[in-house]
Design a protein around this ligand. Structure first.
Ligand SMILES: [Zn+2]
Length: 183
């Protein structure tokens, strides 16, 4: 079988989404200093809103989703996942961490749980460890995984986040335009 090196590269940079089922709790370690916040539209499937150029909303305020790379410590072997967070659950984590004098960022160890299927995710901090695989500890890792999730290109090695955005925004616009045309 012939493998396209481009596809190999993309699959190596994707991350599975961490799903926390109702009544379950997972121990996670946060791998980046910041959350990647973005807005999406539902047009038969979830699409990234490209901001002011968006044919759907023109960049109007909307519901944000946050993504952060985490290491799942529960289970046989720690491994990286992409965790989706809402602004309220992230703000709650920040205030809980402040009370414990912990910084929300790379290395923070938390429990993530969900009481009922529709309940919001509860993330509670309880410590930190500097022991993180360095390959996972970067916002670029999160950005790549989110790009793959939404069908956008991944960052080129020498590219800045701005250069990547300049390349991706027109593509995100045309994806929304096509989905509007099909609906
Ligand atoms: Zn939009």
């Amino acid at each position: 079988m012939i493998c396209d090196p481009k596809n190999l590269n993309r699959s190596a940079r994707s991350l599975p989404m961490l799903k926390i089922r109702a009544g379950h709790e997972a121990e996670i370690q946060i791998c980046s200093q910041s959350v990647l916040w973005l807005k999406t539209h539902w047009l038969g499937r979830q699409l990234i809103c490209p901001g002011p150029a968006c044919p759907m909303c023109g960049g109007a305020e909307g519901r944000a989703h946050g993504y952060v790379t985490v290491i799942l410590r529960t289970g046989q072997r720690p491994r990286p996942y992409l965790l989706e967070v809402s602004p309220p659950s992230w703000e709650r984590l920040i205030s809980l961490a402040k009370m414990e004098q912990l910084e929300v960022g790379t290395g923070l160890i938390c429990t993530a749980s969900r009481r009922k299927p529709k309940s919001p995710l509860t993330i509670e901090p309880f410590g930190r460890s500097e022991n993180i695989p360095t390959a996972e500890a970067s916002i670029r890792r999160t950005l790549d995984a989110v790009s793959i999730l939404y069908g956008l290109p991944v960052m080129r090695p020498a590219e800045t986040q701005e250069q990547w955005a300049a390349r991706s925004i027109p593509l995100a616009c045309s994806m929304i335009g096509q989905a509007i045309a099909q609906s």
